[in-house]
Design a protein around this ligand. Structure first.
Ligand SMILES: *Cc1c(COP(=O)(O)O)cnc(C)c1O
Length: 412
């Protein structure tokens, strides 16, 4: 059996060591330094964002953005249910309540109509009546929340909606969410949006790189993302003051004074100068990686084009440009003659990693008590969807092994 093939393992570009070596040679081992400044500037160029703060993780970036939006205990934050837990965990760090909103079938990301229902739901007479705590928002089950007729919106009931402090939208597997519609809803109610672009660096929506269509964008450079610093993240925004404040909070919120003085709670969330050196080398190959991931995606489409019951995660229109970080398929077991779990196990037996799509947050034991607005989309995706190995460093021999498993399982 050949070496294990991973979903997406780190793929160095070659330029990384130059920056790391510079850091060693100049003894900039300490946090911050020229690589961090350089990485931030180069990330501005790569994303089109005006300002960037390099941080220790994408999760830290989400945490800081929620803090800056004033999220506190008992507030509501609307989050995409179909995602990785890091999208919504920081809501809980702050003692706020996650309101989970399902996806729409085109992009697999937040459904703008359901988002509006969630906002209205928090304004509905029943939830407003249950004035204290969360009684009026008890987790509606999958069927009930969607089937229940929408109560008329009464502007006078706006007490609760003021406590919806943010909306977090994710661009999963590289696919941009329907940002135009989402921003229209968010703007109508005056709620700021955070774009979780952890999986979507290099993706574009209506000709702009994702992460720049809202108040904040967040990026991740964790080990399996399209580029990696071994671990790291960034906060991006067009608002210089917010990014400056993000940097302040991320470096222990130190007041300007010769001694250490603090008027606020701070965090240790900055990226180190060594790690940023890896990031600078990786950014040199970002565009190449996007092309490679898209080419790999095309290869799968070509290979599986005649297989009944297989659907790809696809760009719904030319407004969407995905980095195709991971190629994902949904298998209809009735038509395909196999199912997602059989295929996953067949890959595993050949020492190839594949993975079910994200298990929605509203099905996670830890978020069971959160209000959820669901429509069945993410549950179906979780049941039948699989992420295929998509790394740009999987060679011809690796592809041949992958093709062999697919041909056997789909009886091609
Ligand atoms: C990876 C990821 C994160 C978290 O990023 P870290 O850098 O690992 O903290 C957040 N959201 C999504 C959708 C992710 O895939």
């Amino acid at each position: 059996m050949g070496k294990r093939i991973y979903l997406c393992s780190p793929h160095m570009g070659g330029g990384e060591m130059k920056y790391v070596q510079e850091a060693f040679d100049s003894n900039w081992i300490a946090p911050l330094g020229p690589n961090v400044d350089g990485f931030e500037q180069e990330l501005c160029a790569a994303t089109g964002a005006k300002h960037v703060a390099a941080l220790s993780s994408g999760t830290a970036a989400i945490h800081l953005s929620l803090i800056m939006l004033g999220v506190g205990p008992g507030d509501y934050v609307i989050g995409q249910s179909f995602t990785f837990s890091a999208t919504v965990n920081p809501i809980a760090y702050l003692g706020a309540i996650s309101v989970l909103v399902d996806s729409e079938p085109g992009t697999w990301n937040m459904d703008p109509e359901l988002l509006e229902e969630a906002i209205k739901g928090l304004k509905s007479p029943s939830s407003a009546k249950a004035s204290e705590g969360r009684e009026g928002l008890k987790s509606p089950s999958a069927a009930s929340s969607f089937a229940e007729p929408q109560r008329p919106l009464k502007v006078s009931e706006g007490r609760k909606v003021e406590r919806i402090k943010a909306i977090i939208v994710a661009h999963l597997y590289g696919m941009p969410a329907r940002m135009k519609e989402i921003m229209e809803v968010a703007d109508r109610y005056g709620i700021p949006v955070i774009e979780d672009a952890a999986e979507a660096l290099g993706s574009e929506y209506m000709g702009r790189r994702v992460g720049c269509n809202s108040k904040f964008g967040i990026l991740s450079f964790n080990g399996n993302k399209i580029i990696t610093t071994s671990g790291g993240g960034a906060l991006i925004s067009d608002d210089a003051a917010l990014i400056e404040r993000g940097r302040f909070l991320a470096t222990q919120a130190r007041d300007p004074a010769p001694h250490y003085q603090h008027s606020e709670i701070g965090y240790n969330y900055r990226m180190s100068n060594i790690v940023a050196g890896v990031g600078r080398g990786q950014l040199e190959v970002l565009d190449l990686r996007v092309r490679q991931h898209r080419e790999f995606n095309q290869w799968y489409r070509e290979l599986l084009k005649d297989v009944p019951g297989v659907t790809f995660h696809s760009e719904p229109s030319p407004d969407f440009y995905s980095n195709y970080w991971l190629t994902c398929i949904v298998i209809d077991p009735a038509m395909a003659g196999t199912d997602r779990e059989k295929l996953r196990l067949a890959f595993d037996a050949a020492n190839i990693e594949s993975r079910p799509l994200w298990k929605p947050m509203h099905l996670q034991p830890v978020f069971a008590g959160c209000p959820a607005y669901v429509n069945g989309t993410s549950e179906k995706l979780f049941e039948n969807g699989l992420c295929l190995p998509s790394g740009s460093n999987i060679d011809e021999e690796g592809r041949a092994r992958i093709a062999e498993v697919l041909k056997r399982e789909f009886k091609m």
